[in-house]
Design a protein around this ligand. Structure first.
Ligand code: ADP
Ligand code: MG
Ligand code: MG
Length: 889
């Protein structure tokens, strides 16, 4: 096993082994770009170190051999007194990660070699500046000295001299600062700053390995779902110097604008500076375009290199570079981060440039990005004062009055106020407040905190971990860094997509992307619609590519019409229980309370025309497309008054001796229907089997509606779906009755309705006996919400607020199985049921309804197992279309 790779030996595909930085340094080296020579120690070496507490023995020799080669190539030795080779030691994992060790520059400098460096460069000041930087970085990141101590000493030196920037310090000042820094190291660590160059290097390498497991890095990995066992690589890179004077400098750049995707010159440059100076804000940088004036030759070369990189990576790249006395050096590149909007624009621009094809373009965007573009957003131009920033935990733009406890949130929202619930952190007791609030803001916790998890589950805007905002729940106030105090009742605006928190009401504008899907904006050519145009094109690519069809979960004509505008190819789930609410609830009550067959028939007869009318509308809105209607599913108690409320009402009435007959009967029924586990109780197909005439009425309503549409020259395509089937016998009984009703309706109306009957697969037993069930079902629709609930034994209405936060924090799963399909458990049942079902009935139609149908990762899974369609809420349809395209590309 080889633990060390020269930059000439790697390439960009080796990110697992060499980390992102190392792999791309190698790639640039091999492209012939000016990269300072160096080598990369692999992630494998890191893994050995972390497992055993020591570097693998071979690694030390390999490092020595590579260092020898580097020294030979450079014609000087590491830390050589009269002409020192200096190196940087740079961490570089596969994914870049906060909390990992910072880079240490200028390794190899010592009391002995600082004079040599000065003499070689002919620049005393530069040598002492480099040395003080080394002690500062090494002291802080390798030896763990509080960085503030160095900062303070530096500030004090500047103050004493009456200057404001580091470039105003001369060689003598810096030499004194070096002595001071060495003193800080000795005092804080009980040892002197290491003078031996190789020891400096080895200690730095080891510190990089160890930084893999800092608390911050671990937390970040868990939140971003980065595996904990990848390890980091370490890059040792010969130094080039941007701090040699005004003809030197350092900069960062993008090959195109990461916010808009436009081509152009984007970056910052700082003269006479080293390393992070440019991003640390210690002095004012100049726009990259100014480099043309400062150093035309380097500028031209840089532009050319950026062109090369973009053509080579076929994507937007970001880069770090340094100019040493007019000579340009490339220090880093990677495929750059971008906004969601830029991702769409860049993908289409690259297609136009012929750099990538449509299939590749689809891989450059994601459903999550599209979802982000569909949220309404703040009109940033009109934004008021920015109070602070937190973690963008759940997207959206929310405005409301600040409240600091859930009780107030509920109370105020009941009286019609919009509120933002502000807490240090939330816990399950805050649930009601979170439901009542427009958005949630916390000052603690990351993406897996209670607030974040629950808010995402509810689709509510949330900014969490805004640490700079001081939340004082006792005094009901929040203090922002500038000293601005927000009291209860003050209006704040929070942006769950950017994590920004504003004072006052920021106006909200609808997303142009939604306007486009709604048909209110066309993919026209003017500049404002550039994003819409890009989305339009990407959707076309996806639609051309995907195999999965996309349907909507919709219960009424209005939702159905929107779903159609959003590209739905049918309805995968129409929940008929939603047709039993409102003023019809009373009729359902009558049905439940019926003592005699006659009473029940009367109740059903009253419901029939209402149901039928609903279906007529729905079939009309979805004319020509399939509509899957699910027969009544939820437990009946959901249609009755709450047991506690009703008990109290009856008890009070009894005390006044005027108890109402109907309430007493209701209470009796509520008691009779009360179940310990209603989700495992009398619901779904069980209702159809226990309540005579209920399913028959629903089937009749569907059939009559279909017949009416047919006779009106429509093209209704209804599919009748039986929920919660666990065994084929249940389905057979319901089917027999349904077939008979349909035959009656057909005879009476002179139509051939071609209604199909199928079932949901949402119980483990149904999945396990799918082969048998398929004998009585023309289609399966996987009800993955209930299936997840029953496979895991998780109550989906409770878990998110109770123990899921703990599970996520402990890394038991990276994402809730109710959000993304659990491939190994629930997924394998789906996979087997697909196989068994198709073995029985090769033309069995297969789909999924349930939240997973609109979840990007899950859509890929459903594509893989060969379903025919996914069905999701109307707003998720574009996401599902895009992801289905990506899955097939
Ligand atoms: P990060 O991953 O945090 O960007 P880097 O390893 O890229 O850290 O280094 C931090 C800074 O130091 C960057 O600005 C980088 O360009 C600069 N740097 C790193 N190695 C060298 C080197 N050998 N010569 C000059 N500057 C360097
Ligand atoms: Mg860098
Ligand atoms: Mg269900």
């Amino acid at each position: 096993q080889k633990f060390v790779y020269d930059f000439t030996e790697g390439n960009k595909e080796l990110k697992d082994l060499l980390g992102g930085k190392g792999a791309n340094l190698a790639e640039m080296t091999n492209l012939g770009l000016p990269v300072p020579p160096g080598f990369t120690i692999t992630t494998e070496a890191c893994k050995v170190y972390l497992a055993s507490g020591a570097e693998p023995p071979e690694m030390r020799d390999e490092v020595s051999a590579h260092l020898d080669a580097l020294e030979a190539g450079m014609g000087k030795k590491l830390g050589q007194a009269d002409d020192p080779l200096l190196v940087s030691v740079r961490s570089g994992a596969k994914f870049s990660m906060p909390g990992m060790m910072d880079t240490v520059l200028n390794i190899g400098l010592s009391d002995a070699s600082v004079a040599g460096l000065a003499a070689q460069a002919g620049n005393e000041r530069f040598a002492w500046d480099s040395y003080r930087r080394l002690i500062q970085m090494f002291g802080k990141t390798v030896l763990g000295v509080d960085g503030e101590l160095f900062e303070e000493a530096l500030e004090e030196t500047k103050r004493a001299k009456g200057v404001t920037t580091d470039v105003d310090l001369d060689a003598a000042d810096l030499q004194r600062l070096v002595e001071e820094f060495k003193g800080i190291v000795s005092k804080e660590t009980g040892r002197d700053f290491p003078q031996e160059p190789r020891e400096q290097m080895d200690l730095a390498i080891r510190a990089v390995f160890e930084s893999w497991n800092t608390d911050r890095a671990k937390l970040y990995r868990r939140q971003e779902r980065i595996p904990g066992d990848l390890g980091t690589a370490v890059n040792v890179c010969s130094m080039v110097f941007g701090n040699l004077g005004p003809d030197s400098g350092t900069g960062v750049a993008f090959t195109r604008d990461p916010a808009s995707g436009h081509a152009g010159v984007y970056g910052d440059y700082l003269q006479n500076a080293q390393g992070e100076d440019v991003v640390a804000g210690i002095r004012n940088t100049v726009p990259l375009a100014d480099l043309e004036r400062l150093d035309k030759a380097s500028y031209d070369q840089l532009m050319q290199i950026m062109q090369t990189l973009e053509t080579h990576y076929k994507d937007l790249c970001d880069i770090e570079f340094t100019i040493e006395r007019g000579k340009l050096w490339m220090l880093q590149t990677r495929v750059g981060k971008r906004t969601a909007g830029a991702a769409f624009r860049i993908a289409t621009q690259l297609v136009d440039q012929g750099l990538i094809d449509e299939a590749e373009a689809l891989q450059r965007v994601s459903g999550a990005q599209l979802a982000q573009l569909m949220f309404p957003r703040f009109d940033e131009k009109a934004a008021t004062e920015l109070l602070g920033r937190g973690i963008a935990a759940s997207p959206g733009a929310a405005v409301g009055k600040a409240v600091f406890d859930s009780y107030t949130a509920v109370k105020w929202s009941r009286s019609g106020e919009k509120v933002i619930l502000i807490r240090r952190e939330t816990n399950p007791d805050d649930l009601n407040g979170m439901i009542a609030a427009e958005g949630i803001l916390t000052s603690r916790g990351g993406k897996t905190s209670h607030a974040a998890v629950v808010a995402r589950g509810m689709g509510k805007t949330c900014v969490c971990g805004a640490e700079e905002l001081e939340v004082d729940t006792k005094r009901r106030r929040m203090t922002a860094p500038g000293g601005v105090v927000i009291e209860e009742g003050d209006v704040v605006s929070i942006d769950g997509s950017s994590g920004k928190v504003y004072l006052g009401e920021v106006p909200v504008v609808p997303s142009p992307v939604v306007e486009y899907f709604e048909g209110r904006m066309h993919a026209g050519a003017d500049d404002a619609d550039e994003l819409v145009q890009a989305v339009h094109r990407m959707m076309a690519y996806a639609d051309r590519t995907r195999r999965l069809r996309v349907r909507a979960n919709a219960d009424n004509a209005e939702d159905a019409a929107r779903a159609r505008r959003f590209g739905a190819q049918g309805i995968g789930l129409c929940r008929t229980e939603h047709m039993f609410l409102g003023e019809r609830r009373e009729m359902v009550e009558r049905l439940i309370l019926a003592d005699t067959d006659a009473d029940r028939d009367t109740a059903l007869d009253a419901l029939l025309p209402l149901q039928k009318a609903d279906f007529v509308e729905l079939f009309e809105a979805m004319d020509g497309l399939p509509v899957t209607v699910r027969l009544l599913d939820p437990p009946l108690h959901e249609f009755l008054p709450d047991i506690t409320e009703l008990s109290v009402r009856v008890a009070l009435a009894e005390a006044r001796q005027d108890a109402n007959e109907n309430d007493l009967r209701l209470l009796q029924a509520v008691h009779k229907l009360h179940e310990q586990n209603p989700m495992l109780g009398l619901r779904g197909v069980r209702l159809g089997l226990v309540i005579p005439g209920l399913f028959a009425m629903q089937v009749r309503a569907i059939a009559e509606a279909a017949a009416e549409r047919k006779n009106a020259k429509g093209d209704p395509r209804a599919e009748i779906m039986i929920p919660l089937v666990g065994t084929v016998q249940e389905l057979e009984i319901v089917r027999e009755e349904a077939d008979q009703v349909i035959a009656e309706v057909e005879a009476a109306t002179g139509t051939n309705l071609k209604l199909t009957i199928g079932t949901m697969i949402e119980l483990p037993r149904a999945a396990l006996t799918a082969g048998q069930i398929a004998e009585a079902a023309e289609f399966f629709s996987f009800g993955t919400n209930d299936l997840t609930q029953t496979v895991w034994g998780f109550s989906r209405d409770d878990v998110e607020a109770s123990f899921f936060t703990a599970y996520l924090e402990k890394g038991i799963f990276g994402v809730s199985p109710f959000e993304t399909i659990d491939r190994d458990g629930v997924g394998s049942l789906v996979r087997e049921a697909v196989k068994a079902g198709r073995a029985t009935r090769p033309d069995l139609k297969l789909g999924v309804c349930g939240e997973h149908g609109g979840d990007p990762e899950s859509v890929h899974f459903f594509h893989e197992v060969g379903l025919d369609y996914v069905s999701c809420s109307p707003f998720r349809i574009p996401v599902a279309r895009l992801e289905a395209g990506r899955a097939a590309a």
